[in-house]
Ligand binder design. Structure first.
Ligand code: SAM
Ligand code: SF4
Ligand code: F3S
Length: 468
């Protein structure tokens, strides 16, 4: 890096994938800005371009390959350093080293916290840095060693956001579940839980009063983990802090009105204790994202989900009985190897029975290295697409009917921004994770507003602010 570019200290950061990646990007931005870096107005003005990547599906990786092509062309126009970080640098590090010479630095998930040091003192690069030592086997092996370090060494950052009224805090990292289709345990390593002390300290810091008029009051905190229900932290010699216990410690320290959310819950680990806690604590949002993935026991077993359809339905019943106003969302994965029409039908049936408020729906995509990869990919793409469309259409109908039932009621929403369709309207989210559009001025962004729900337009919930 030349002296001149070092002084420049501008970055462009693109984040792909899940909330965990977004939180880690938040930490990176915090670090960069603490050390005097500023965000460039466009990639063309940046000294460093960082792509924080995702490997969960081929489509996610294809987008990154596309961006790598774009930045390859950009490199012919001006000089900058290109960094690929995150899950794709774990899964495809060799391919990136071999096929993307435009990439200067590869940073895996266990080295993200070192990136700013590496950018500022490139010669001590503990990651694969080909600008200082082009493709030297030494650097590659250092990267691979780093990749192979005990995943327990994942280092949680202490801060994950610069500003804003919504904060995403990782409370654990990795996953021990090894669902047979999923790459996450391979790119994130085994589960490790962050200490309650560090989580509480970050929340206190986020909500501490400040003289900085640009800093917004934090109104919503989302605790993150691939399976938050298996959060488990050993304190001292004996005490194990469970997820419910962690929540019990977090709730009393929240300042003013703050919504507390968490993602993601695994149906095999969701405890009655947690369900009862959500019912009892008003700070905990009445929303549970509970990925079911499939409605057929045969497929659930082949997916390694470790629960049955019956278990899931009983869990939903318990949740709805204990928290009647709860909103339930899910993930559905269609086209797993061996999926028959009957399996598909069972999934539709389950959706009709549960009546999810919303669902994220995916088409199975084989990931090399996972167990399911060895099963082949025998559901033809056209069939997967047809079934996926069926699932999406059914969910749309269920969601709309659910929304219609709420019309006329008054709900509290947190205003997130200005509507894309009209600058005179605001976009806000309910406790149940539903979006509502209503007229208002942007100075309400980041505050709670009570709105009465009005008739739907398309599938958009509209509201009218109360008391105006
Ligand atoms: N930990 C969460 C859980 O257990 O539900 C999910 C994490 S994963 C990043 C998000 C979603 O991606 C999964 O729920 C699954 O539906 C989907 N997914 C994972 N692997 C996939 C694959 N190989 N093809 C398509 N979708 C996949
Ligand atoms: Fe992937 Fe399953 Fe872990 Fe979720 S629980 S991250 S789907 S292996
Ligand atoms: Fe993607 Fe990695 Fe998250 S693979 S979904 S960014 S854990």
């Amino acid at each position: 890096m030349s002296k001149e570019t070092t002084r420049n200290k501008t970055y462009w950061l693109e984040t792909y994938g899940c909330q965990m990646n977004k939180a880690e990007s938040g930490f990176l931005e915090y670090e960069l800005q603490e050390r005097g870096w500023s965000q460039a107005g466009s990639p063309a003005e940046a000294e460093v371009v960082v792509l924080n990547t995702c490997s969960v599906r081929k489509t996610a990786e294809d987008r990154i390959w596309g961006r790598l092509g774009f930045f390859k062309a950009e490199k012919k126009r001006h000089a900058f350093r290109l960094v690929v970080m995150g899950c794709m640098s774990e899964r495809l590090k060799q391919e990136i080293l071999d096929d993307a010479p435009q990439v200067d630095l590869l940073v895996g998930n266990f080295q993200k916290h070192r990136l700013v040091d590496v950018l500022e003192h490139g010669d001590e690069a503990p990651v694969a840095d080909r600008s200082s030592n082009r493709r030297s086997p030494h650097h590659r092996s250092v990267h691979q060693e780093a990749h192979l370090v005990d995943p327990g060494e994942y280092r949680f950052a202490e801060r994950h956001s610069l500003s804003g009224f919504q904060a995403f805090l990782p409370i654990m990292h990795g996953c021990d579940n090894f669902c047979t289709y999923c790459i996450v345990p391979y790119v994130r390593g085994s589960e490790v839980s962050r200490s309650p002390e560090s989580i509480i300290e970050e929340i206190r810091r986020l909500q501490s009063p400040t003289d900085d008029p640009t800093r917004q009051v934090v109104r919503e905190i989302t605790l993150l983990g691939q399976n938050v229900n298996s959060y488990s932290y050993r304190e001292g010699d004996r005490t194990i802090v469970s997820f419910s216990e962690l929540l019990r410690r977090v709730v009393p320290i929240l300042q003013d009105k703050t919504w507390l959310r968490f993602l993601t819950s695994h149906p095999k680990d969701m405890s009655v204790e947690l369900i009862e806690l959500i019912a009892a604590e008003t700070a905990l949002c009445r929303h549970i994202h509970l990925p079911v993935q499939h409605g057929s026991d045969r497929i659930l077993e082949a997916m390694g989900r470790k629960y049955t359809r019956g278990h899931y339905l009983a869990l939903v019943e318990k949740i709805r009985k204990t928290i009647p106003e709860v909103s339930l969302t899910t993930d559905i994965l269609i086209g797993f190897p061996g999926e028959t029409e009957e399996d598909y039908r069972l999934t539709l049936e389950l959706m009709k029975e549960v009546r999810f408020d919303d669902a994220f729906t995916y088409r199975y995509n084989p990931r090399e290295g996972t167990k399911a990869f060895e099963l082949g990919d025998d559901v033809p793409e056209a069939v997967k697409q047809e079934r996926l469309s069926g699932v999406i259409e059914l969910q749309r109908r269920i969601s709309r009917a659910g929304k219609r039932r709420k019309l006329g009621t008054v709900v509290e929403v947190l205003v997130e921004g200005v509507s894309k369709k009209s600058s005179a309207e605001l976009l806000a989210r309910t406790e149940g994770d539903e979006m509502v559009v209503f007229p208002g001025s942007p100075d309400r962004i980041g505050s709670f507003v009570r709105v009465r729900l009005k008739p739907l337009e398309g599938s958009t919930l509209r509201g009218e602010p109360i008391g105006e």
